[in-house]
Design a protein around this ligand. Structure first.
Ligand code: ADP
Length: 531
């Protein structure tokens, strides 16, 4: 249904090999779709022609001469191609002869290493010297087959354009971004997470009308996919970009993220690395959006970034270290009605002589969360408070023993703790939680579970201090590579933006730190003076 156009332009980049060498390799074979080579070799012209978009472009090839370094310029060209949505992408290693299997292997390895953070989904294909036939030692697809083979492939991604009323039946106009759809198939819409079944598909080419069995009530910009291969849902992602605008990226500034399914406002949370125009930054959105990490689905994993009306950057989206939040918001149970308690939280507070709430400690491993919370619990208990500590390691032995440390499991760990803490708080207890909880999105969700009395406490000490303390020997293991995804070393920690209380344990000792929390609780929770 999403047949590629009969004629597609191939954009060719690369400095170390002439694009003309590829032209004969690509043009030499008959069949549809015909691949037309647009020779854009040469540095500034390459980018300019691409951005001006003088013809529809299907594929991109970046040529690298065998043995040449895969340098910054080539990397940049690949980012531009990916960021402009040009798919598929191939890297052609040129100038190979009959005895060159080893040279090809070495060059492929170097290219893969240079593109490791992109996930390197591109095909790496040998091209014989002079652009003639494929070397006889190569048993994989040649360049033409590679580019043709992946055209129109990928999982189903439909961008909802809008609702269409058709004789009372629910229907939606949509644009096909990748894959194909047929009657009888189940769809999930993202990020609303709603479901519907396709009864018929009409329209042609990229524009279709989906006739559905039930109205999911979704708006323009939602992505429809098959239930088994949905996009990620997240409010944070990593952008690998080529920065095009004058002046660099600005942290905290709001930009417009433009993709095949429309625009969304994004804020740069941090710039994580900047090597010339190649920028890696962490982005945040106001609510969950649906996206495909480029390393998984390159056809939809790209974006352009606008600063007002001006194109600021183009690049690819990554989720390294961040969780797919879809399953955290998926509600499976139906027909649930809340039961009202005859004993309210307010009544409990009056009897206890203090309000209840959640004191959510977040910070790096070794920052002091457990030490402080255990001591605070003791002091509050002695003062007559109803108080309980939920500690990371304890909870992982029971309630969360089936969870590991992948981003998804960490998010689920915190979701459960947030809900349990809220239950304790409704029961009248002051709950202290001691979890690294490195992700802002997870902490915000915990806050939402008991919004009326949630206090975020940032237990802060710099990485060197925490690493020097290393109370559980975890940093040592992480440095040796024995623990992967370790917060602060190989996984991100997102510091709170507006914590209710911050404690610098690098500066204050245990006694002072504990007193700060106890004082804070006396001030915010006591209804009558405790003993
Ligand atoms: P976390 O629970 O955050 O992983 P722990 O409480 O297990 O951290 O370990 C913190 C370590 O740092 C302990 O060995 C503790 O004695 C030490 N420490 C030093 N100063 C402080 C402080 N001001 N507050 C808490 N712990 C501190």
């Amino acid at each position: 249904m999403t047949e590629p156009n009969a004629e597609r332009r191939v954009v060719v980049g690369g400095q170390t090999a002439p694009a003309s060498a590829l032209a004969s390799a690509l043009g030499g074979q008959a069949g549809t779709p015909r691949l037309v080579v647009a020779d854009h070799a040469g540095r500034s012209g390459f980018l300019k022609r691409l951005l001006e978009g003088d013809a529809p472009t299907a594929c991109g090839v970046v040529a690298v001469a065998a043995g040449a370094a895969f340098d910054g310029d080539l990397r940049r060209q690949l980012f531009v191609l990916a960021g402009l949505g040009i798919q598929p992408l191939a890297i052609a290693i040129t100038g190979l002869g009959e005895g060159d299997a080893g040279r090809f292997a070495a060059s492929s390895e170097a290219v893969r290493a240079a593109l490791a953070d992109l996930g390197a989904p591109m095909a790496i294909v040998p091209v014989a010297a002079g652009g003639a036939a494929v070397p006889t030692w190569h048993y994989g697809a040649d360049l033409t087959a590679t580019l043709r083979g992946s055209l129109g492939s990928g999982p189903l991604r439909l961008a909802v354009v809008g609702a269409a009323t058709l004789g009372g039946q629910p229907a939606y106009r949509a644009r096909v971004l990748s894959g194909s759809v047929a009657a009888g198939e189940g769809l999930v819409f993202s990020p609303s997470n709603r479901l519907a079944k396709v009864t018929a598909v009409t329209g042609e080419g990229e524009s279709v009308v989906l006739h559905l069995d039930a109205d999911p009530g979704v708006g323009a910009g939602e992505i429809a996919s098959h239930e088994g291969s949905p996009p990620v849902e997240t409010d944070v992602f990593i952008g690998h970009m080529v920065w095009l605008a004058a002046g660099g990226p600005v942290v905290e500034r709001t930009y417009t993220l433009r993709r095949g399914n429309g625009d969304v406002a994004v804020r740069i949370q941090s710039v994580d690395s900047a090597a010339g125009e190649a920028i890696k930054a962490t982005f945040r959105t106001g609510s969950l959006i649906a996206l495909d990490p480029f390393e998984r689905y390159p056809a939809t994993g790209w974006f352009r970034l606008y600063d007002g009306a001006a194109l600021a950057a183009c690049g690819t989206m990554g989720m390294r270290g961040y969780a797919d939040q879809r399953f955290l918001i998926t509600v499976r149970a139906t027909n649930i009605v809340r039961v009202e308690h005859a004993v309210s939280t307010e009544l409990r507070a009056r009897r206890n002589g203090h309000r209840s709430g959640v004191l959510w400690m977040t910070g790096l491993s070794g920052s002091g969360k457990s030490t402080i919370s255990i001591e605070v619990e003791k002091r509050l208990f002695e003062k007559g408070y109803q108080v309980y500590v939920l500690d990371g390691d304890n909870v992982r032995h029971g309630l969360n023993s089936n969870l590991g440390f992948s981003p998804e499991d960490r998010a689920e760990n915190i979701r459960r703790v947030g809900e349990v803490a809220a239950l304790f708080a409704r029961a009248g207890v002051i709950v202290l939680t001691a979890f690294i909880s490195p992700y802002r999105s997870d902490r915000d969700r915990a806050r939402a579970a008991f919004r009326e009395g949630f206090h975020e406490i940032y237990v802060h000490a710099d990485l060197e201090t925490c690493e020097a303390r290393d109370p559980k020997g975890l940093y040592k293991k992480a440095r040796k590579g024995e623990i992967k995804d370790f917060t602060g070393i190989s996984a991100p920690y997102e510091a709170p933006e507006n914590p209710e209380l911050g404690i610098d344990t690098g500066r204050y000792g245990v006694e002072d730190s504990v007193r700060m929390v106890v004082d804070y609780i006396d001030r915010h929770f006591a209804l009558r003076v405790a003993a």
